[in-house]
Design a protein around this ligand. Structure first.
Ligand SMILES: Cc1cc2nc3c(=O)[nH]c(=O)nc-3n(C[C@H](O)[C@H](O)[C@H](O)COP(=O)(O)OP(=O)(O)OC[C@H]3O[C@@H](n4cnc5c(N)ncnc54)[C@H](O)[C@@H]3O)c2cc1C
Length: 294
């Protein structure tokens, strides 16, 4: 069975929700789907993400607005996307196909994974990709923080406020200033993690090739990993990092297909800017559909 929608939004992070609210608010039949639940990464931000609201507060507000606007939400994964013969986007899900007049890609990015030997076995056993959720678990304990990006300094501060010693392995420029309990491992590479059932030590390689072990009870990553775009196949043009290329109006290389949020190449990073830009895209989609139907 193929369902028909005016607007189909894939991903119910803040970007997808904002786009859906704006489109549905203009009277378009709008469906948002997400493989997990609403909110995406912002659920991991128990601190002010703008206008004095925590991430979970913002998600709650957006969910109410989504309901008020009359948009529908379903938990199901998008597994493939293509254009049909009429040039309309069709998305495959476990619950069947959905065809739409406008498709919004808002699938975000994966968490940053450490990528060192031994990591898979200890994920969730001392290895965390969510500083906002897990930093308090390491009160007084020694941890390694690996990562980079615009929020690295904030997350270092958060981790340092709980941990005993924080060994800091930046993937880009070194944070400055460093909290008093932080020890910088600039230029090093994490090569191996070990522990009997739970993380106990990590091995880092020095620039000269020598290695050393550090006893830590936590390894926390901070930063954005690969974009969730494999499901798109060749529907739209991606950049070298796998992010969706758009013009300044969030329009992708495929007519009627848009991208918003951190899956979009060159997208704004801060939550309030992401929400504003995605809402603008939702309104623009409504205008485009209205002009096609007159
Ligand atoms: C470590 C870190 C710290 C940050 N700290 C801050 C901060 O302090 N302040 C700030 O303003 N911003 C911060 N940001 C940026 C902020 O998280 C992003 O701008 C924002 O979350 C982007 O939202 P999004 O909706 O684009 O993506 P996401 O939040 O990633 O949502 C994408 C959604 O798509 C779903 N999805 C993925 N693939 C599929 C599929 N195939 N089918 C269905 N659903 C799918 C996912 O389940 C997810 O719910 C931080 C980012 C990181 C990585």
């Amino acid at each position: 069975m193929t369902r028909e929608m005016d607007v189909l939004v894939i991903g119910a992070g803040v970007a997808g929700l904002a786009a859906a609210i704006a489109a549905a608010g203009r009277g378009l039949g709008t469906l948002v789907i997400d493989s997990m639940w609403v909110g995406g990464h912002v659920n991991n931000m128990p601190y002010d993400v703008g206008a004095g609201r925590t991430g979970p507060d913002l998600v709650g507000d957006l969910l109410m607005q989504l309901d008020d606007a009359g948009a529908a939400f379903e938990i199901v994964e998008a597994t493939a996307g293509r254009l049909d013969r009429d040039g309309r986007a069709v998305v495959d899900t476990a619950a069947g196909q959905i065809r739409c007049s406008a498709l919004v890609i808002a699938t975000g990015r994966e968490d940053l994974v450490p990528g060192a030997e031994g990591t898979d076995a200890l994920r969730g056993r001392g290895i965390s990709t969510c500083a906002g959720c897990d930093a308090p678990l390491y009160r007084g304990k020694d941890v390694l923080l690996v990562g980079g990006g615009p929020y690295f300094d904030d997350e270092l501060e958060l981790v340092a406020s709980h941990a005993g010693t924080v060994h800091v392995l930046p993937l880009g420029s070194a944070p400055d200033p460093l909290p008093g309990n932080a020890r910088l491992l600039a230029g090093r590479r994490l090569v191996r993690v070990e522990g009997e059932g739970v993380l106990a030590r990590v091995c880092v390689e020095d620039p000269g090739g020598g290695t050393r072990w550090l006893d830590v009870e936590g390894l926390i990553t901070s930063g954005e990993g690969a974009p969730h775009t494999a499901w798109l196949g060749d529907l739209v043009t991606l950049d070298d990092s796998g992010l969706v290329v758009t013009d300044e109006y969030a329009q992708t290389s495929a007519a009627g297909v848009y991208a918003v949020g951190c899956v979009q190449s060159g997208a704004p990073g801060r939550v309030p800017d992401v929400v504003d830009a995605a809402a603008e895209t939702g309104r623009r989609i409504a205008d485009a559909i209205a002009s096609r139907s007159v």
